[in-house]
Design a protein around this ligand. Sequence first.
Ligand code: ATP
Length: 379
Amino acid sequence: MIDDTRLIELINISKSFGDTHVLKNINLYIRRKEFVTLLGPSGCGKTTMLRIIGGFESADEGQLIFDGKDLSSVPPYKRRVNTVFQKYALFTHMNVFDNVAFGLKLKKPEELLPGEKKPTRRQIKEEIKRRVMRMLKLVKMDAYAKRGVDQLSGGQQQRIAIARALVNEPEVLLLDEPLGALDLKLRREMQLELKSMQQQLGITFIYVTHDQEEALTMSDTIVVLNAGEIQQIGDGKSIYDEPNNAFVANFIGDSNILEAVMVKDYEVFAAGRSFECVDEGFAENEPVDMVVRPEDIMLVGEDVGMLTGEVKSVLFKGVHYEMFVEAAGIRWKVHSTTMYPVGSRVGLTVVPSNIHIMHKMADEDAYVGVPIQKSEAGQ
Ligand code: ATP
């Protein structure tokens, strides 16, 4: 269960490398026991944000608060934080057990056994063994304790790297694309395992990825970043259902994004016609982005659709068909379990609640890579 208290707070954090403004005034809080994912395209600044939290990088401006105290000048080894990188960096000359035990052997006896006045070497050894084996069990590697790490697969090595970080009982675990090097099947398995470990141990996880599916699978909270700025913070469902802008709509899931004009409350003009929608509070005739998810477009008879068009391509995607339908000068991406052959004439229809209206993004750069279709809005 996520605790309601704020464990980490980033307040007005900014960072530049030379002329590149990598993080622009970031404000974010992370609660105790929360699984937070920093999600965004390559170069958006997510690793830099993680490195600032870990203490490997310092911010140019702003404050980093940990448990109510300013951490900005506290070095990494004094933070109650541990990191797992994409490259596992295990000690290849040590076996699995010794890799995991490494950090514990550096601890003072009284840290390992706080209840004992003068612990014996045997007691210390036993305690280290107990803790290491507990972690190896957790990552399902207890049968491999005596193996050399170079005899392990990539997935097994990453499990050891995670056990090595967790054995120190950090309050926060930072994970920088830790599953990036694994194949898809193993990645999916590990995603579920990581999530269950996080819940069992009650540790706060801050996870970096560019993979939206990974973020949706694991996170309590997703922070969507683009060009050094937070675009949206929320749980997976709210970000998917109610994206803040065209970038988020495009990055999380598939979308048809059209240039449109908000005629008045509950009426938007795009693709040469007016659509009823559920949005209000925009200026009259304000240029907006209109987003419709491919699964929200219904293909119907030509005579009953809001628009009529022709199926241009069909691709079977396992559960549904992905079709491109050309209608009113727009190439609509449509997902449906019913297949309409290429060349068929169809009607398209969307219910008002599935039309999402978004303010235009202020920063032109934010549109890089977002496929906006020019429609006949307002002409
Ligand atoms: P990726 O997924 O590719 O790692 P990212 O979102 O994690 O991307 P960052 O690694 O935070 O992005 O990098 C953001 C930008 O800052 C990039 O343009 C990168 O080249 C630049 N950058 C990062 N670290 C440094 C550094 N130490 N010196 C100079 N530029 C850097």
